[in-house]
Design a protein. Sequence first.
Length: 217
Amino acid sequence: MANNQPSMREYYEEVRATLSKKTKSHLETFNDGVIAIYITIMALELPYPSANVSMSMFIRSILLFFISFFVIADFWYDIHQTFLTFTDADHGIVVTDFILLAFLALIPVTTKWIMYSISEQSVIFYGCLYLVISLLELFLFYVAHRKRFGEYMELFHRLFLIRMRFILLINIVLIILATHFPKQAMVFYLLLPIFSFFFPTVKFGKRRIKKRMQNKR
């Protein structure tokens, strides 16, 4: 029995490694499918011109749809980029990813609310939701790499905290702005995902972490 233990342990480790790689692949596919459903729901929620919906409201709804589309597309892109940097998904990654998708599912609901009423409450809720999703997306990156930086872990933690403070600062300022000027705050929230989606190379945070790690080597 004692002679079989090492081979059984090796077999177990091999199976676990294989399952982790398959989990990562299935998780990526699941993310793509779920996010596609979110975008479809937003499109189906668009009102069409009628006795109760004016043409201006219809056009505004389309514009908000495109903005929300880019919000979700930008988060999908970031999640996709994170998944490209590791080979296997452990339980922490799976849990964090599912929580992130759950909050991302609220984007269509918030979009519908703003379609009908750009108010202090709707913009603040949107801002808080955007903040939570941004932090969860950053935390997903952290969970995926928490065991992979070895001697550079201290630097990784420091840059992670810098990125987190940056996200908190930007979003808290916009949420405070929304309490007094909801329409103006909404304009900034509309510009954030568009700028981030079309100019990903200037995004502050994760790419800076990767660059600093390369310089350290």
